[in-house]
Write a protein that binds this ligand. Structure first.
Ligand SMILES: *[C@@H]1O[C@H](CO)[C@@H](O)[C@H](O)[C@H]1NC(C)=O
Ligand SMILES: *[C@@H]1O[C@H](CO)[C@@H](O)[C@H](O)[C@H]1NC(C)=O
Ligand SMILES: *[C@@H]1O[C@H](CO)[C@@H](O)[C@H](O)[C@H]1NC(C)=O
Ligand SMILES: *[C@@H]1O[C@H](CO)[C@@H](O)[C@H](O)[C@H]1NC(C)=O
Ligand SMILES: *[C@@H]1O[C@H](CO)[C@@H](O)[C@H](O)[C@H]1NC(C)=O
Ligand SMILES: *[C@@H]1O[C@H](CO)[C@@H](O)[C@H](O)[C@H]1NC(C)=O
Ligand SMILES: *[C@@H]1O[C@H](CO)[C@@H](O)[C@H](O)[C@H]1NC(C)=O
Ligand SMILES: *[C@@H]1O[C@H](CO)[C@@H](O)[C@H](O)[C@H]1NC(C)=O
Length: 313
């Protein structure tokens, strides 16, 4: 675009002749104008390159360096080797390399997104200082989205078909994501909504889908931002309601009767195991002979067993 004004007049011949020069001009200008973009993620450490490296014969004392954001806020500034200004929001998060003037920021925040610029002035006394260079660099900070969460809610169900509302949600990412879906590998469009507190805040995305299914289907939800895709799939089971509706016993009845049966069985088991000894302690004590008592214990009277069972119940 910046090259267009430099285009030669529309005469075909001159255009062809001038093409070489034009391309060269464009390449060099394009290179100079090429915007530097630094990409990073929330929480990471990143270095924004400056346009000047201080030669080893000199030091930061001979320079003034301004690192500014969006041409209005000074992030960090040095003059004659001393820090002269720093931004509250960047406090304790910045460092500048004293040789190549790279600005290091850590940990990265979404709010750090934006255009930055480093301006380097060389101090030459007693003359005025001269601007050595002035270069923009764009910082692009992203945040990952959570793995999409799919939930399904049946609204109406019959033997033939089931209507349900399927929701897919993912949160905490930046920038605004795209949400896509597939139903049995055929793409579907989610009715999507995004929420974010501001243009530089994490996004939450929710997709909604109304489905009318006649059999089990597989649904996939994908959330994409900045070339990164996160997907979740869920098998939606068609509830099988195609039987003659007999009144099924309620769960309470089943539970109560199972408990009674279990107690009953336990009672029998316990009685069979421990009762003989109890009977023994009752019946054996009066016995004089230990051996006779043991014998008695092995064969408890049938009647005692019967009574104990009934007493348990
Ligand atoms: C600046 O120096 C640091 C080491 O001090 C290095 O990691 C970084 O890559 C350098 N940056 C440039 C743009 O040369
Ligand atoms: C920066 O660090 C200093 C010293 O460690 C600390 O006193 C100050 O509270 C920190 N400031 C912020 C904004 O974290
Ligand atoms: C940069 O500043 C302009 C006005 O000075 C403002 O409209 C814009 O939103 C700012 N951009 C960023 C990324 O802060
Ligand atoms: C998915 O969402 C449901 C309902 O909002 C919630 O109960 C569940 O914990 C979520 N699962 C995950 C893995 O976030
Ligand atoms: C969907 O496609 C994938 C591969 O593209 C395949 O493995 C899978 O079985 C397919 N699922 C269905 C339900 O067709
Ligand atoms: C998406 O949902 C909104 C609100 O529930 C509704 O107004 C809109 O019609 C829906 N769009 C589609 C394509 O279903
Ligand atoms: C996004 O979702 C998270 C977790 O579910 C929640 O804590 C946060 O408040 C939501 N943000 C917005 C802007 O709704
Ligand atoms: C769902 O599908 C069934 C059978 O395919 C049909 O009878 C019913 O009307 C459909 N419901 C809706 C809301 O489209």
């Amino acid at each position: 675009m910046a090259c267009l004004p430099a285009a030669p007049p529309a005469l075909a011949l001159r255009r062809w002749l001038g093409l070489g020069l034009f391309v060269l001009l464009c390449l060099s200008r394009g290179y100079a104008l090429e915007k530097k973009v630094v990409k990073s993620k929330v929480g990471e450490k990143v270095g924004l390159p400056c346009c000047h490296e201080i030669p080893s014969s000199e030091s930061l004392h001979n320079y003034r360096v301004y690192w500014q954001k969006n041409t209005t806020e000074v992030v960090l500034a040095y003059a004659e080797g001393r820090m002269i200004s720093k931004h509250e929001r960047y406090e304790n998060r910045t460092e500048m390399d004293t040789r190549n003037l790279t600005l290091w920021i850590s940990p990265m925040e979404i709010l750090d997104n934006g255009p930055y610029q480093c301006v380097v002035q060389h101090l030459r006394f007693p003359q005025n200082s001269v601007v050595v260079c002035d270069e923009p660099v764009t910082l692009f900070v992203t945040a990952d989205f959570s793995k999409p969460n799919i939930t399904a809610e049946v609204s109406t169900n019959s033997c033939e078909s089931t209507e349900m509302v399927v929701r897919c949600s993912s949160h905490g990412g930046f920038p605004k994501p795209k949400i896509s879906g597939a139903l049995n590998n055929v793409s579907v469009v989610w009715n999507a909504s995004w929420v974010s507190e501001s243009s530089l805040s994490p996004y939450n995305v929710t997709g909604k889908l109304w489905l009318n299914v006649t059999k089990d289907v597989s649904i996939t939800c994908s959330v994409e931002h900045n070339g990164l895709l996160k997907s979740t799939s869920l098998l939606l089971k068609k509830p099988n309601t195609c039987f003659v509706p007999t009144v099924p016993p309620s769960y309470n009845v089943i539970t109560a009767s199972s408990i009674i049966i279990i107690i009953f069985l336990l009672a029998i088991t316990l009685a069979a195991r421990y009762l003989p000894r109890h009977v023994c302690s009752h019946y054996c004590k009066p016995q004089d002979s230990v051996e006779e008592g043991v014998k008695e214990c092995m064969k408890p009277p049938m009647s005692s067993k019967g009574t104990s069972e009934t007493s348990f119940l």
